[in-house]
Design a protein around this ligand. Structure first.
Ligand code: NIG
Ligand code: FE
Length: 419
């Protein structure tokens, strides 16, 4: 049984805890067998059979963490992982004062990525997304929600979701696919928006469901670049009829009543929420809708931060994710998102970590496998080169994740100090 000893801080994130509850154990050890954790706790309590320090009868390697931090594998619960091209031209235009909706109205924005994505084969999409996943794993990420939404036709939405299916498997993070055919109305339906909504509800979502390609259904509620409330409702209700749980891009650029709509449709999460109203927060608290905040997109689009403190006080659970996409968030650096959640949104480092582990796992249906460390749960964890969570998120630097383990297999870096 492999054993990690001399862990400076072991963050367990107990599922039943509150937003800031890390369940931290100082001076800890952790043992796993195959893909499953079998024991964790204070080093002094390590069972003799797992303890190699005194030459006891343990039969697996023992690793000395040298006082480092060990956390549950990070969960990025909101990404647009597979896409063609980049949009550096828009980044430059936005820095010169052109707005995101204005760029979209000119045929840029999501529409330009749709053109580049449709030009890629399933293999090319999988290869590129797979490269991003390798980078994510090196940051300590062990599970990723990944959206379609740059295909926007039956053929191209299926292509992206099939590419995600191709990527699932050993060595890769656990993937949770979401159908985001409701991202926007594509150019060829500009004069027939209802025609596109019918295509989504009567063809795309049924085809996705037939192949079991997505667990969640999402839409971008933002009249102008995205869908209006009636279109969003039609899409998410159709997703529900086909067994997909709703998620919603809500109240990002304007308060479009997205939080309330997400709550009323039984969505698992409402994401973005920079412009959410107090009524929206109340509705989410009542319905148990998770708030997913996306600080990297907030910085790139220079949006005001979402009112996280009011959400937490109202009893809303808050997840933190990257929103990785070529427009509003061209970075999959989830630890950076956590640091920004502290700096820009007033989350404590503990709350932010919980938001990218336990709460994030819940926001993408992975609460049974990801987001917490305990005996009987999968050995998905990261060894971080910092003594504790505060020091980790304070000191933003390269190479902080020493090793990432998924299901007991080291998929990036090296477990330190093999004895
Ligand atoms: O979550 N808001 C809508 N969708 C993405 C942006 C996609 C894009 O710009 O390509 C987001 O920010
Ligand atoms: Fe997004």
């Amino acid at each position: 049984m492999p054993c990690l000893t001399n862990i400076g801080t072991l963050v367990t994130c107990p599922p039943e805890g509150g937003q800031g509850d890390l369940g931290a154990v100082r001076g800890a050890a952790m043992v796993w067998e195959g893909d499953t954790i079998t024991w964790l706790g204070p080093r002094a309590d390590l069972p003799r059979e797992a303890d190699q320090r005194e030459g006891a009868s343990g039969n697996g390697p023992s690793y000395d963490c040298g006082g480092r931090l060990v956390i549950p594998g990070l969960v990025d619960c909101h990404t647009h992982l597979a896409f063609g091209g980049w949009r550096a031209d828009e980044f430059a235009a936005r820095s010169a004062g052109t707005g995101y909706p204005e760029i979209a109205a000119r045929g840029g924005g999501i529409a330009s990525t749709v053109r580049a994505t449709r030009a890629m084969s399933r293999q090319e999409l999988a290869d590129r997304a797979g490269g991003f996943l390798q980078g994510m794993v090196r940051l300590g990420i062990t599970a990723v929600e990944c959206k379609s939404g740059y295909g926007l036709s039956v053929e191209h939405e299926l292509r992206t979701l099939r590419a995600y299916r191709d990527l699932s498997g050993s060595g890769a993070p656990r993937l949770v696919p979401t159908c985001l055919a409701g991202h926007m109305v594509p150019a060829e339906y500009a004069g027939d928006r209802q025609g596109y909504i019918r295509l989504v509800t009567e063809e795309i979502l049924p085809a996705v469901a037939r192949e079991g390609l997505a667990s969640f259904c999402d839409a971008f509620l933002e009249p102008g670049p995205g869908l209006d409330a009636a279109e969003t409702t039609a899409v998410l209700e159709a997703g529900h009829r086909h067994g997909m749980v709703a998620k919603l891009h809500a109240d990002q650029l304007t308060d479009g009543g997205g939080a309330r709509l997400a709550a009323s449709l039984g969505a698992i999460s409402a994401d973005h929420l920079e412009r959410v109203s107090d009524e929206g927060i109340e509705a989410m608290a009542e319905a148990g809708t998770i708030a997913v905040v996306l600080p990297i997109a907030g910085v790139y689009l220079n949006c005001p931060p979402p009112p996280v403190r009011r959400m937490v006080e109202a009893g809303v659970q808050v997840a933190v994710a990257t929103d990785f996409n070529p427009g509003s968030a061209p970075s999959y650096h989830l630890p950076l998102a956590l640091t920004l959640a502290c700096v820009k949104m007033g989350m404590s480092p503990a709350e932010a970590v919980r938001g990218a582990t336990t709460v994030a796992a819940r926001a993408c249906g992975l609460e049974e496998v990801s987001g917490s460390l305990a005996p009987g749960r999968p050995a998905d964890f990261a060894v971080i080169d910092a003594p504790d969570v505060d020091s980790w998120l304070y000191h933003f630097k390269e190479g902080t994740c020493a090793a990432t383990v998924i299901g007991g297999v080291t998929v990036a870096g090296q477990l330190p100090g093999s004895q």
